[in-house]
Ligand binder design. Structure first.
Ligand SMILES: [Zn+2]
Length: 367
């Protein structure tokens, strides 16, 4: 963590949205890109990574939150700043993202926002595949380019940039990943890379792990990278109206048409197929895994993106958190079943995946 001698520095990260980005303000509407939504997703992934690496990440939605205790900090005998901060009551995540009495170690600001809403007005796009009475309701996210200005000590910026890189490569930014929002591309990688210095996830945590930290049973039900699988499906449609005949999309084709060359809301179709056509009761509680209702007020454990343009092909990516299941192997096999993908999209493609066992690959670490 930041030593007092470290000088603050700033970096601009230029991003392009591949699927719409959704961040809501206090009124639930999106007048611009709100930083809080971006920070929330970065923190979520940082927690999942820290837990997988054997570190300590509190549950910010739980009852016990980190609280900085200045007296305990002064009394700590630890030499490593990160361990001193632990002694002062801050988990490995709050040390970077802040907690009561402790400021976030970096500032993040949206600058140069050139994104635009997919459609005007607040109407939700209702995607209702055959057999569903309600279906899924999608808000109008934003498409375009925007920049983030990050400021802080180099030692604090390095992990934040690494998180952005992780989100770009494997995940997404902002809320509603389960509905496919927030896949982004970093456009100025050459400028950003040098600022990551020699950062490696391997060296994120202090060597010494104090008793009671790390993989305690209390953390079992919280998201962690080593319980997650990642997948990516690439396909090459033969004509531009390939999506129009798909179940659930023909009814909203007029809506989707204007942005259909960039991104298509296919996440509900895939979820519909996995959840209602292929899920077996013996695998675990369906509602816990997929969320409470079709509208998904409660966050489910599957994130799947809209289809988006990736150079000359199309792509869909996603991740599955395989925790709390009776038969996680069969569930993971379902996501890797290429017949389901091909039948739902109406064409064959190529599926690549990273299984939970290979989770270190997503961090650029040897398995
Ligand atoms: Zn914490």
């Amino acid at each position: 963590m930041a030593s007092p001698s470290e000088k603050n520095t700033a970096v601009k990260v230029v991003l392009k949205t591949l699927t719409p980005l959704w961040t809501a303000g206090a009124n639930g509407k999106m007048a611009r890109i709100y930083e809080s939504g971006l920070l929330g997703s970065l923190r979520w992934w940082h927690e999942a990574i820290v837990r997988a690496l054997g570190g300590w990440a509190c549950d910010p939605s739980g009852d016990i939150k980190c609280l900085f205790d200045a007296a305990a900090y002064e009394q700590s005998q630890e030499f490593d700043e990160r361990l001193r901060l632990r002694d002062a009551g801050l988990c490995d995540v709050c040390q970077l993202f802040g907690a009561t009495g402790w400021r976030r170690r970096f500032q993040l600001q949206v600058v140069e926002d050139h994104t635009q809403a997919l459609w005007t007005g607040e109407q939700l796009l209702n995607i209702r595949p055959e057999g569903r009475s309600r279906g899924w309701f999608l808000p109008p996210g934003h498409l375009g380019t925007f920049s983030l200005r990050l400021q802080g000590a180099p030692s604090a910026l390095a992990p934040v940039l690494a998180l952005l890189h992780f989100a770009e490569q494997h995940a997404s930014l902002g809320p509603k990943p389960q509905l496919g929002y927030g896949v982004v591309e970093i456009l100025n990688k050459d400028e950003v890379k040098p600022l990551m210095g020699d950062f490696s996830w391997e060296h994120l945590l202090p060597q010494k792990t104090a008793q009671g930290y790390g993989n305690s049973t209390a953390q079992r039900d919280l998201p962690r990278l080593d319980k997650m699988g990642f997948f990516r499906y690439c396909f090459q449609p033969e004509h531009s109206n390939w999506w129009m005949q798909l179940s659930g999309l023909e009814r909203v084709a007029r809506f989707v048409q204007p942005f259909s060359r960039q991104t298509i809301p296919l996440a509900p179709l895939l979820k519909n197929s996995w959840r209602f056509d292929h899920w077996r009761r013996s695998w675990g509680r369906e509602r816990d895994f997929w969320g409470l209702v079709e509208a998904e007020r409660q966050r489910g454990k599957v994130a799947v993106s809209w289809a988006y343009r990736a150079d000359y092909t199309w792509e869909i990516r996603g991740s599955v958190w395989l925790d709390g299941l009776v038969d996680p192997k069969s569930v993971w096999a379902m996501f890797q079943n290429t017949d389901i993908w091909a039948n739902t999209l109406g064409m064959e493609g190529k599926l690549t995946s990273i299984s939970p066992k290979e989770w270190k690959k997503t961090l650029g670490l040897g398995a």
